[in-house]
Write a protein that binds this ligand. Structure first.
Ligand code: PZK
Length: 286
């Protein structure tokens, strides 16, 4: 008889230990915006994120091995190999947004990468850049320099993490661009397996770990709409919410529209009907 022991919570996910070597990562239907978890869930959001992670894990094994052992029949739970996680977030940016844009405006660069002058908000960068961050328990991860990151993990692991992160981002961004989705940036969590091999963990290349923008609406020179959360943000703004908890309940039309966007992202990227995933989650791994 085995019992899953709860070992951690994220804002919208839960982590359980299955045994000494395996974890269960469960994606809930909770959604956050402006750093606050909303009181209203988006049905199937956790299944969309889990299915997308599984899809990318299956297609990037040749770039780097990953922690996925199995998708559970519920579609929202991944059995994973337990890793020794690196103490850095491996962020890759292909476009200038969020903290990257803020850093560029104040310093002309991002995390020690010199960048051309005159870039506008949301501009595509000449090349994707690796911009590591430290993990912060509560609150925002903080960008660190390449030297600081190398100090935390060692130069060889840093070089390997950078190489693997850039290769993953390039692969996914090109794949998504062909399907109408800009992956502006993304965050990977890497770890070492028991044999010391660098391994991709966590969820990967989902709209919660990345900025997804609709390619049709892409217009550099300002902020871009979010592929998945724009209805939620627009509603929260129009409701006059001050962005301090508690957040407002979402009306049914915002929930339905947002669910449809998640499902659309899943179907565009995977080419698989979401109903087929619900019936048999393993279809994303084929
Ligand atoms: C691990 N997190 C993040 C925290 C969550 C997720 N394969 C792994 N081995 C060891 N540790 C982790 C993983 C993974 N993935 C992931 N923290 C540790 C996290 C809280 C809730 F759902």
């Amino acid at each position: 008889m085995s019992e899953a022991v709860h070992v951690g919570s994220g804002k919208v996910r839960e982590l359980y230990a299955l045994d000494d070597h395996r974890l269960l990562l469960v994606a809930s239907d909770r959604i956050s915006t402006f750093d606050v978890v909303l009181p209203t869930e988006i049905p199937d959001k956790g299944r969309v994120l889990t299915g997308l992670s599984g899809f990318w894990f299956a297609r990037t094994q040749a770039i780097v091995p990953n922690h996925l052992l199995a998708l559970r029949p519920d579609g929202r739970s991944m059995e994973c190999r337990r890793l020794e996680m690196l103490p850095i977030e491996c962020v890759v940016r292909g476009y200038l947004s969020g903290s990257g844009w803020k850093d560029y405006r104040s310093t002309g660069g991002v995390c020690g990468h010199a960048l051309p002058e005159g870039l506008v908000e949301s501009a595509q960068l000449p090349e994707p850049i690796f911009t590591p961050a430290t993990k912060v328990q509560e609150g925002h991860d903080e960008n660190i320099t390449r030297e600081q990151a190398a100090g935390l993990v060692g130069q060889d692991l840093f070089d390997e993490a950078e190489r693997v992160s850039l290769a993953l981002y390039r692969f996914a961004a090109e794949y998504a661009a062909d399907r109408g989705i800009v992956i502006a940036d993304t965050k990977f969590e890497l770890g070492l397996d028991p044999a010391g091999r660098l391994t991709l963990g966590d969820e990967a290349l989902t709209p919660d770990s990345s900025r997804f923008w609709p390619a049709d609406d892409y217009a550099p020179g300002g902020g871009q709409p979010s592929y998945d959360k724009q209805f939620v943000r627009d509603f929260c703004e129009s409701a006059g919410w001050d962005k301090e908890p508690p957040a407002p309940e979402l009306p049914a039309e915002v929930v339905d529209g947002t669910r449809a966007r998640y499902v659309e992202a899943f179907e565009r990227l995977t080419g698989i009907e979401f109903d087929a995933y619900l019936a048999e989650p393993g279809v994303v791994l084929a």
